[in-house]
Design a protein around this ligand. Structure first.
Ligand SMILES: [Zn+2]
Length: 131
């Protein structure tokens, strides 16, 4: 897989492609807008920077149950494949602590988004600045 990096350099390893997917925040360089193209039919969004396609959740969504299912799947994999190659196991099991934190981080992100929306609203309605 060939990927053209930010500086125009050619990257050809899957690890580098995964790294780009992992660090992309789907936002423009100046963070002023997202880089998503929304498909109204499927409800998905595709990032024009990294190519990631996902279904955005509402800011009020409660992803905890879905995250628990992923954690349960990984914990079950441990039981089903106790002698998994070390490199693969290390990579997979290292995400468990991160997954445990996702629900709390989601709520925090939702709070920040609502605060930014409130600030934008106040800036458009000067009479509300005192709120
Ligand atoms: Zn992206």
């Amino acid at each position: 897989m060939d990927i053209i990096g930010k500086g125009g350099q050619k990257m050809n390893s899957m690890d580098e492609a995964r790294k780009i997917l992992a660090i992309c925040n789907h936002r423009s360089e100046d963070n002023s807008h997202d880089l998503l193209i929304y498909d109204q039919n499927s409800g998905t969004a595709r990032c024009t920077k990294c190519g990631c396609t996902f279904t955005p959740l509402s800011s009020n969504a409660k992803p905890a149950d879905d995250i628990k299912k992923v954690i349960d799947a990984i914990q079950t994999i441990k039981v089903m494949w106790p002698n998994m190659p070390e490199e693969k196991a290390e990579k997979l099991y290292s995400i468990l602590p991160v997954l445990e934190d996702v629900d709390a981080i989601y709520r925090e992100a939702s709070y920040h988004m609502h605060m930014e929306e409130l600030q934008a609203y106040k800036s458009k309605a000067p009479a509300l600045k005192a709120i």
